[in-house]
Design a protein around this ligand. Structure first.
Ligand SMILES: C[C@H]1O[C@@H](n2cnc3c(O)ncnc32)[C@H](O)[C@@H]1O
Ligand SMILES: [Zn+2]
Length: 438
């Protein structure tokens, strides 16, 4: 907890519940969970200078969004109901050519507010003007792994430009020395990055010991083109360049075959499942969840950007993931609620390197307090079932990140200013793109 002067303070959450057990949670001045007990003892509770009344709530670890493009919140509803190649080529990339750093700042602030409102305090982001995204995450008080979306289209000069942009972002984020913000590298996909670009990114990420965030095997076309152009499937192309590592998060992965899944498992790569985006862009195949689990690949959850989802609510994503897999496998036991919740908490948080994703003593106090007295939590036979199948992010009342309150009883300081600036930035961006097209 931080007071008005910016000093860290110990804090106590009273009156909440963890898995049906009434508890109090003590958070020390470093933002770590110090104690969880039915009643925190008098000597310990006297350390807490701030009390948060959690009565009528359920306390849970917050959620981790492992694939998004946060500033695409400005493009929400701009281009719907199209296939991926047309959506990117005809609508999204022409608009993105007109983006400014200020757009990315306000778009990312807007995305952070939306994520906080729905219980997400850590995300994995790939976009442009990422120094501005880092500033936005810093101001929002949550956690992110940020990378520049590297696209060289097999062009030498573009590649040099993308290399400089990647290095500049990594240097800038390291210089911030903010443990809530990490740099990564972001090869967009095998169809937009040359083998030389991929090899440079692999070597650079290894030397800096930072993550790799990539789109992988999203469409059948991507796989067919890769085979036609190189004789290899997309995971093998990434692997040959050194981009499949235990620091890699690969998004989508809808068109993997069983051998691809085994390769990802051998390399320790994590997958981000993005079911809403995949269905909306109609990629025509569900990510092969049973094959990935059988191979031992960690599977996490991401929303993708707001132009293909069109929100950042991971509660909705948990439900959509569970329903899509059951439907695709014709098996109602596939991806049960407990697994959907683990993907969004434990596996996602670990993949981003922000802790265990568990609400236990010694871990960062990344905590959401969920309203118990709402229809989606009435009755509450099985809490996990309510979280995955009944609730959406609207049930979240209060959110802490590293022990700092970022939303209390539905109030996020500065929200109105962010909404106003994001609306203006979105309108100006669309106007500039229309002028450019004339
Ligand atoms: C960073 C770039 O990635 C683009 N993008 C957003 N969503 C997708 C997707 O589902 N597949 C491929 N590329 C995507 C984004 O618009 C940026 O240009
Ligand atoms: Zn994406």
């Amino acid at each position: 907890m931080v007071d008005r002067m910016g000093r860290e303070k110990a804090c106590l959450i009273t009156g909440t519940c963890i898995e049906g057990r009434p508890v109090e949670i003590l958070i020390d001045e470093t933002g770590t969970i110090a104690a969880i007990d039915e009643k925190i003892s008098g000597s310990e509770r006297s350390n807490a200078e701030v009390i948060i009344d959690g009565s009528g709530t359920l306390a849970m670890h917050t959620l981790a969004n492992t694939h998004t493009h946060a500033a695409m919140s400005l493009l929400r509803g701009y281009a719907d109901d199209m296939i991926l190649q047309d959506w990117l080529g005809q609508k999204i990339w022409p608009l993105e050519a007109c983006l400014t750093g200020e757009d990315v700042y306000w778009g990312t602030r807007l995305a952070c507010i939306e994520m906080i409102r729905s219980g997400t305090t850590a995300f994995n982001d790939m976009y442009f003007f990422m120094e501005e995204a880092a500033r936005a995450v810093d101001h929002a008080g949550i956690k992110a792994q940020l990378c520049y979306g590297f696209i060289d289209l097999n062009d030498h000069d573009k590649r040099e430009h993308e290399i400089r942009a990647t290095e500049a972002l990594v240097t800038s984020i390291k210089g911030m020395q903010n443990p809530r913000i990490k740099p990564a590298v972001g090869p967009h996909a095998v169809y937009t990055v040359s083998p030389e670009g991929l090899a440079w990114l692999a070597a650079y990420s290894a030397s800096e010991q930072i993550g790799i965030h990539v789109h992988l095997s999203e469409t059948e076309q991507e796989v067919l083109d890769a085979q036609k152009n190189s004789g290899k499937r997309p995971p093998a192309i990434l692997d040959q360049a050194g981009c499949l590592t235990d620091r890699t998060i690969a998004a989508h992965c809808c068109w993997l075959d069983q051998a691809d899944c085994r390769l990802l498992a051998e390399r320790g790569t994590t997958v981000s499942h993005n079911p809403a985006s995949n269905m909306k862009l109609s990629v025509n195949r569900a990510m092969p969840y049973p094959w990935l689990v059988e191979a031992g690949v960690p599977v996490t959850l991401g929303t993708d950007g707001c132009a293909s989802n069109n929100n950042l609510d991971l509660f909705e994503e948990m439900k959509i993931a569970a329903l899509l897999q059951k439907f695709a496998q014709n098996n109602p036991t596939c991806l049960p609620a407990e697994e959907a919740l683990s993907m969004a908490t434990v596996t996602g948080t670990r993949a981003l390197g922000f802790g265990s994703g568990l609400l236990v003593v010694g871990e960062p106090a990344d905590i959401m307090l969920i309203d118990r007295m709402v229809p989606c939590n009435t009755p509450l036979h099985h809490q996990t079932s309510n979280m995955v199948y009944a609730c959406n992010g609207g049930a979240v009342k209060t959110v802490l990140c590293n022990g700092r309150v970022v939303m209390q009883d539905g109030v996020i300081p500065g929200e109105e200013e962010v909404l106003n600036n994001a609306s203006r930035a979105a309108a100006d961006l669309v106007r500039r793109a229309a002028d450019q097209a004339e």
